[in-house]
Design a protein around this ligand. Structure first.
Ligand code: HEC
Ligand code: HEC
Length: 240
């Protein structure tokens, strides 16, 4: 178990003591309701155009997202319904389970390739940012290979294009909120109209590297402050 998980567990010692240990098979069974949309082990579902994969994303990130559906920061109705009665200790178990699963191959058809000029613009935004508009490169936070960074930043390669467009649009319209300071809502303010589609199409077409794991937590500052990403302060911030 990762150090970060241990820190989380110690924060929940009181409530987890009564919960028996569950191995991956038992967790897969307990989470059968999630499999239809996310795959039995969070690998995603073939052909799904909207359901994100969960496998291999940082546990802290998954935990904060499930809390977010429960606590009103994210609004997808089925997710809100499923999370409404679950306590933090159980959400942490779920997050740890999916996080420890290996990445799988692209589970949906990649979108049609962008024309070269648009692809160049998308690549520039993702890998270099746009200094004139004050936009840091996505890779500064999500990792040079978009593999994510412990504890709070998810990998981005190979998510369904409609899902990516909806999330970035959600921060723009206020439909999705992250823990404060909400850096992603600042990031999307710096994009030009049309950029969301370009960037999302480019990211959705990248095949996830099966061996990649999120970068370890580090003290190296991010270009903007983001809630849920400090280590180990995040554990205190997220504890019940
Ligand atoms: C009916 C389909 C469906 C079911 C069943 C479902 N989910 Fe989801 N889940 C979604 C969708 C769609 C999203 C993205 C919603 C949005 O637009 O914010 C999501 C998002 C998530 C996220 C955030 C992913 C991310 O990268 O931000 C987590 C974690 C998650 N679900 C866990 C679960 C768990 C655990 C269960 C079972 C208890 C479950 N889901 C059941 C459809 C489903
Ligand atoms: C300053 C750091 C930072 C930068 C720069 C950044 N991100 Fe993020 N991103 C985050 C954090 C933190 C989260 C997790 C937010 C949350 O907890 O809801 C996130 C989440 C996301 C998600 C949600 C993924 C999912 O599974 O739901 C998408 C999509 C995303 N970022 C895309 C981008 C793109 C595209 C760029 C570049 C244009 C970018 N990000 C730049 C920090 C950053």
């Amino acid at each position: 178990m990762k150090l970060f998980s241990l820190l989380f567990f110690s924060a929940f010692a009181g409530s987890t003591q009564a919960m028996p240990a569950l191995d991956d098979d038992a967790m897969t069974e307990r989470l059968a309701a999630c499999a239809a949309c996310h795959g039995a082990r969070g690998e995603g579902t073939p052909g799904a155009e909207y359901y994100p994969h969960l496998a291999g994303k940082p546990a802290g990130y998954l935990f904060v997202q499930m809390q977010g559906f429960r606590d009103g920061r994210r609004h997808y109705p089925q997710m809100v319904y499923l999370m409404r009665n679950w306590d933090d200790a159980w959400l942490w178990r779920i997050a740890d389970f999916y996080s420890s699963q290996p990445m799988t191959t692209l589970d949906h058809a990649p979108p049609a390739a962008l024309p070269p000029e648009q692809r160049a613009r998308a690549m520039q935004l993702v890998h270099e940012g746009d200094a004139v508009r004050g936009l840091p490169a996505c890779t500064r936070c999500h990792g040079a290979h978009l593999e994510g960074r412990e504890p709070g930043i998810p990998a981005l390669a190979g998510l369904p294009v409609d899902y990516l467009i909806a999330q970035l649009g959600g921060w723009l319209t206020g439909a999705r909120h992250s823990l404060e300071p909400d850096c992603m809502s600042q990031v999307v303010q710096h994009l030009q109209p049309g950029d969301i589609r370009l960037v999302s199409t480019y990211l959705a077409g990248l095949v996830p590297d099966l061996d990649s794991r999120p970068m370890p937590a580090s003290d190296e500052p991010l270009p903007l402050a983001c809630g849920g990403t400090t280590f180990p302060a995040a554990a205190a911030e997220m504890s019940p």
